[in-house]
Design a protein around this ligand. Sequence first.
Ligand SMILES: [Zn+2]
Length: 282
Amino acid sequence: MQLVVEGIRIDVRSLGGIATTIAFPEWSLCIDLGVVTQAALRCDTVAFTHAHADHVSGLNQFLGVRRLYGMRPPRLITSAAIAGPMQRLVDAMGELQGRPFESVVEGVEPDGEIEVGRGLRLRPFPVVHQEHAVGWSLVRRVQKLRPAYVGLPGPEIARLKADDSVELFDPIDDPLIAVTGDTQAEGLDLSHPWVRRARVLMIETTFLDDERRDSNAAKVGKHVHLDDLPAILAGVEARAVVLYHVSQVYRPAEVESAIRGRIPEAWRNRVHVVVPGDDERL
Ligand SMILES: [Zn+2]
């Protein structure tokens, strides 16, 4: 499914428990790789929220097909806590192929960040799911003219630019998008500035119905239930929200209407839903 949300192109395939792959073609960046899509294959960098099967199962095919096509070894990014086992997974897959894969898994510490090209940085944020699961936020570092110099004529700015002793710009982080990965709502803290202020927020929303709310299915599996959304959205400043990772217990035809009716009024026109195709079910 392809979406353009607040100017950001998102190529996403997501069905909770089966496969989730979120590609951002303009940035050659993919988050999670439950299945290889055409858009994901072209991404030079993949960041994983966690290593549950529906988020990593495409990795073997991804590495193999990219190598078959002579594409560069992709960058693979995880939280620092799982970089070791993920590297061993890559190494084992290479060994079984009879030729090692060259990718080196890059782990990011909880307060760290990693540059992913085009002035973009990925920063992990804590979520409540499997131990070591993280969400990822993507920020763009831009250089902003210091207030003291705003309004100066062009030639004067050019003269100051050439003067090494003058600091004309301040680096500013523009939070573009934040992706929760899997998480439960309880205890989820989206107050980090680059998460709270992300232009687009992608939230997993696995469960939609009363029955699974009453049976605590979301809590048991540590996922978000639709009824959790008002509390989550109350704290964020996103211009738009994308809901994904819907469980396959729902028929695709009922997903959109089930969600539409229960979204807080203020958000109704700013919520996009990733509706899985019938052929994605297993
Ligand atoms: Zn999971």
